[in-house]
Write a protein that binds this ligand. Structure first.
Ligand SMILES: Nc1ncnc2c1ncn2[C@@H]1O[C@H](COP(=O)(O)OP(=O)(O)OP(=O)(O)O)[C@@H](O)[C@H]1O
Length: 299
């Protein structure tokens, strides 16, 4: 369990994170989404005791991170894969961490195997690793103490599509066995496939948080007609404001039935009518994180 309560971080006059609150429950994957500079890393650093909050606090497994006697046994953290000791081999990096945490040395090989770093990779210096290999090693370090909670900042960075697919499976499995996962990304599609809940942050503030399916259901309707101009007029007249979708149709904040009804009454031939799903969520995500004026509108 991760509990974040009213976290705020100011750097001089600049507010990086403002009044952020959310909870991550055991058995779930929470996607922490926001564009670059939104405040994801700062929030995660505060949860992990690496940055002191200006106000508010966070607890992992019921305690502030700094009060955990052996944090690596409770919570696995991957915040910056490129910050690993370049001179050590992958195996040495894990062996040192195992010693510090009091973890059985046999776990080193087991975790290297789990993250797909083979013998050759394990013997190479981390300085020669690609970013994807560093992410895998970072994940092995995070998992080394068999924690119940994982906090991962942009773990998909540097992974190829196969690696991203593999990581999703690993995180899903971790959560299905009762673990709690918080992972950040600036790409909706990256977390949408694995997250049960989404917390969306923009300009340091939470702009939306809900179960993924709830957000998907609220993402509107995609509609397309043979005569797009007539459709636009019909939607306007019916008070169903539509925005032009990314692929030519209209995205409407209403149920498909209401949109279909308005089109039928106007005698329009529709070529597509469906819940917008992830395409709509993408648009919603862009809108939610676009700027302060939009954020004010959705509060
Ligand atoms: N040590 C610091 N001193 C001053 N400003 C900072 C510091 N760390 C972060 N910031 C600022 O706080 C804001 C949030 O940054 P943060 O790194 O948390 O965002 P992010 O969502 O993780 O984005 P990214 O994906 O680009 O890392 C940014 O405006 C950033 O410039």
């Amino acid at each position: 369990m991760i509990e974040v309560e009213h976290l705020t971080k100011r750097y001089g006059a600049h507010t990086a994170v403002e009044d952020v609150s959310f909870r991550c429950e055991p058995g779930t994957v929470t996607g922490f989404l926001g564009p670059n500079g939104a405040g994801k890393s700062t929030t995660m650093r505060m949860i992990c005791g690496m940055t002191a909050p200006t106000s508010g606090g966070a607890r992992v497994a019921g305690r502030p991170y700094r009060d955990l006697p052996n944090p690596g046994r409770e919570i696995g953290v991957l915040l910056d894969a490129s910050a690993q000791h370049a001179g050590r081999t992958g195996r040495e990096a894990l062996a040192v961490a195992a010693l510090t945490m009091g973890v059985d040395r046999r776990q080193v090989a087991a975790k290297l195997d789990l993250v797909g770093l083979n013998q050759t990779a394990a013997r190479r210096r981390v300085g020669a690793y690609s970013l994807g290999m560093r992410q895998r090693l970072g994940l092995a370090l995070a998992l080394l103490g068999d924690p119940r909670v994982l906090i991962l900042d942009e773990p998909a960075n540097g992974l190829d599509p196969e690696g991203i697919f593999w990581m999703r499976g690993l995180l899903r499995d971790f959560a299905d066995r009762g673990g709690t996962v918080l992972l950040s990304s600036h790409l909706l599609r990256e977390v949408e496939a694995v997250a049960d809940r989404l917390v969306v942050i923009g300009g340091g503030r939470v702009v939306a948080q809900a179960a993924r399916d709830e957000l998907l259901a609220g993402a509107g309707t995609l509609v397309r007609a043979r005569d797009q101009q007539a459709l636009r007029l019909t939607l306007d007249r019916a008070g169903l404001a539509g925005t032009a979708g990314t692929d030519g149709g209209f995205l409407v904040r209403a149920e498909p039935e209401a949109v279909g009804q308005a089109a039928a009454e106007a005698g329009l031939v529709l070529t597509e009518l469906r819940p917008a799903g992830s395409g709509g969520l993408e648009q919603l995500f862009l809108t939610l994180t676009a700027g302060v004026s939009t954020r004010e509108a959705v509060r």
